[in-house]
Design a protein around this ligand. Structure first.
Ligand code: ADP
Length: 283
């Protein structure tokens, strides 16, 4: 397998404060990688470095085999980016948005037109090709962003909170698109606050906190490491959580508890592990 994304001892300082602090990990070609972390953990900054929008202060970042600092053009040719802030132009039509992107990437006219047709059809927007973007729903705008990011045939797709604010039906349609692209061989890195999204979509999960990678692995690895069984217990107005290696041991603990009021046993999930690792304080 080839390495699609590689970070080695990467730092990013803002006003001498490290917001990304000695980050190292790799993403293999064809992998779907989920990057999680509480607000302020440094996820967006990491994506901005990977997509050449900001330079690392220290360390080495390679994307599609190219160095983001020395070969930013090659990196850009090989990546598609769907960020929260890089929104589509509201006063242009769907087609015009696609055309503009195709021209920026110097795709020859005939191929550009064919590919725009193909990708708009793929994300089911071909019937809205002449609509102004400002008349589209949130889900349609996101699908347009995805179609646009695919136009220059990138190898790696970066998706920053791709389904935030969308209704459940639209989220699931986007999941299908994301999974299908991955099945076609696209390497993907996505960030999200929705744990079910990561559980459903991602091969491997990285959890960041305060600029550092504090956990990395598959869902199975994470569950087996932290405990597959969970006892929830209501203590006053708060919930306490206790991990056990498996459900049987969690049940055995419950059986021996003198007072079972407000106690519940269930399999642990990613959200339990995430909260356990990143703390319970609210921001
Ligand atoms: P996340 O995406 O995980 O929420 P960010 O990467 O957006 O985290 O931010 C990490 C930290 O870096 C935050 O404390 C944020 O305030 C700070 N930060 C991000 N961008 C800048 C910037 N351009 N200048 C100064 N501080 C920044």
């Amino acid at each position: 397998m080839m390495t699609a994304v590689s970070l080695q001892n990467v730092h990013k300082f803002y006003n001498k404060v490290p917001v990304v602090n000695d980050l190292s990990f790799t993403i293999e070609s064809g992998e779907m990688f989920g990057l999680l972390g509480p607000n302020g953990a440094g996820k967006s900054t990491t994506i901005r470095m990977l997509t050449t929008l900001t330079k690392p202060s220290d360390g080495r970042v390679e994307v599609a085999g190219y160095d983001v600092v020395r070969q930013p053009l090659q990196v850009k040719q090989n990546i598609g980016v769907v960020l929260q802030q890089t929104s589509v132009d509201m006063d242009l039509t769907v087609w015009e948005n696609m055309k503009l992107h195709g021209r920026m990437h110097h795709i020859p006219t005939k191929k550009r037109q064919q590919d725009i047709d193909r990708w708009l059809e793929y994300v089911e927007l071909h019937q809205r090709r002449d609509s102004l973007v400002k008349t589209l729903s949130g889900g349609m705008k996101r699908r347009l962003q995805i179609a646009r990011s695919l136009l220059h045939e990138p190898k790696i797709l970066f998706l920053d909170e791709p389904t935030v604010g969308l209704d459940p039906q639209t989220r699931r349609r986007l999941w299908e698109i994301i999974l299908d692209l991955n099945k076609q061989g696209m390497t993907m890195l996505l960030t999200t606050h929705y744990m079910d999204e990561v559980e459903y979509l991602c091969d491997r999960i990285g959890i960041m906190d305060a600029g550092k990678l504090i956990e990395l692995g598959t869902l199975e690895e994470l569950r087996s490491k932290h405990g597959e069984g969970l006892v929830m217990k209501q203590v006053g107005d708060r919930l306490e959580y206790q991990f056990f290696p498996n459900l049987e041991q969690a049940n055995a603990y419950l059986d021996t508890a003198p007072n079972k009021t407000g106690m519940m046993v269930r399999p642990s999930n990613l959200e339990d592990i995430f909260v356990e690792l990143t703390g319970r304080q609210l921001d």
